[in-house]
Design a protein around this ligand. Sequence first.
Ligand code: WTA
Length: 680
Amino acid sequence: MSKDPLSPPAADVSEAQIAVHWREEALIPPPNRFIAQANLTDGAIFERFAPDRFPECYKEFADLLDWFKYWETTLDTSHPPFWRWFVGGRINACHNCLDRHLVQHKNKTAIHFVPEPESEAIQHITYQELFVRVNELAALLRDFCGLKAGDRVTLHMPMVAELPITMLACARLGVIHSQVFSGFSGKACGSRISDSESRVLITMDAYYRVGQLLDHKEKADVAVLAAEQDKHQLEKVLIWQRHPGRYSSPTKLIGGRDFIVNDLLPKFRGQRVDPVPMPAEAPLFLMYTSGTTGRPKGCQHSIGGYLAYVTWTSKYIQDIHPEDVYWCMADIGWITGHSYIVYGPLALAASTVVYEGVPTHPDAGRPWRIAETLDVNIFHTSPTAIRALRRSGPDEPAKYHYHFKHMTTVGEPIEPEVWKWYHGVVGRGEAVIVDTWWQTENGGFLCSTVPGIHPMKPGSTGPAIPGIHPVIYDDQGNELASGSGKAGNICIRNPWPGAFQTIWKDPERYVRQYYSRFCRDPQSKDWRDWPYMAGDGAVQAADGYYRILGRIDDVINVAGHRLGTKELESAALLVPEVVEAAVVPVTDQVKGKVPDLYVSLKPGLAASDEIASKVVASVVSEIGAIARPRHVIMVPDMPKTRSGKIMRRVLAAISNGQDAGDVSTLANPEVVDTIKGLVK
Ligand code: WTA
């Protein structure tokens, strides 16, 4: 049964089945040294969070925070599925991540900023210094930009200390930030600016990636234009300098619109801004993510519920203690970075590492050198990064003196072989591992072992965390018995404080996409009738551990990043020669999945490298380089059903070198062999 999990899947096997075919691995107990110091070792926690204690059990989450006004209602469920947590409370996220720590921790490092060039010194920003810098920026945003609570601001910033500083300054004012991953194109940023109706864009002139100082300001110009095409006029563009005092971009500034933050800041030196006491239910940020249609969804997260959730999970699942040095090697442009680089760790007064560059630059020893230098003891990353580091430097970790007590994996299923390398080589067998399953919509972890309580199982995420009650439905909506080992649609029975509140400006889509399919009664006011549908396939083994099998919708998980197939297809269709486009996921040894893009051309046009390049260029400019297809395959026709539906399943089989199965019912079965010939 044991096979190399990195070899291509066997013929005609769905993504769900591939994962099921992983051998059930033996349980591995957490190291005693870890348990001896863990924040949570008492199994009674699951009784405290049993379904009959819902929702009051979540008071324990909220009590990790400082409230200006304590809340009255733990959970208001009167308008399903729009749940409202900690109603009546007043709170400020920035105050919780900064001000309240100053008495005890002002001299402690809040952020270790590690520039990509190794010649550039690491910056250690104390809580006091962070407090000063956030206040000065908040004063600038308030007085120079006129920003106030409820306004939206789009951030398109790389992995630099100024990014959390900017997020916290917004949070201090009650301004809603919407950080767009810096690798996204200017156009992708522009559509998020217009959708959120942001008044201001905050960006940086340049940043380092794989040894190059990339021009980033040019994307701001594209973004502003793209937003204007959507009839949204931005007021100002604020630009941080990657090297303070020096403008590092060849792209010109536009007078009256573009302002260098570093030039403006001296005017606000020493200023203090009181944190605005916001309703617990006010939005903290928007995070756009891909779904089944071409339009990204702005997931709206609350201040009180979200912050309570990420703080509790950081303390008990990440096991962060005050003396720990915590490094999550994700990008703050994704939800993992928001929750587990910025808000969770800072709410606990931890020292959090922000690394600018790619893990393998200039070599695969880089992460372990950083870990040694900063004495990192909690490490958090994705299977894609682990696979890349294993491939390019399997022996590197042993060369460095660091000791991890705790390691996390997130974002994709991790193959047991890869897990074992992470455990044995990166963690030297000393570190406990949590495989955390969750989504942009969820705010924080849903499933994971509790590291001081549960044994680990390679390839499985573990049981649900305290307070989360999953259920798996088959396609007909029948509940699968717990521990059935059968694949189905994983849902969460109950609301939880970290869950997003709605899709920005699109509440109907929120209900339709996440709550309608398994809703027992759309008229019901009882939260029990409204399970949350995650959009993932999953199985639960007899021991209660879940294995996540991948998306059941039109989303591809490329290197742990969510891409909507419709977004790629829409980008291809912008090329005038293209009439049809279909994207399929292809198994990749490092990135998990990569997209293959099939296109058919206008009648009479011949396939050419030029058209293929135009298609790639359109994808990169509409979305960004992360969406670059592996191959653009120009086909004479798409395989179609008699009703004209493109059979992506057939294309996916061809791209993955599998048997396409029975194609005799297609309207044009003969095209299958032609396409096979093109892909070889
Ligand atoms: C997938 C990332 C297997 C899943 C935090 C989910 C995982 C999507 C895991 C969300 C895991 C996330 N094991 N699959 N531990 N964690 N996924 O919104 O398909 O970027 O729906 O959030 O990633 O991706 P997102």
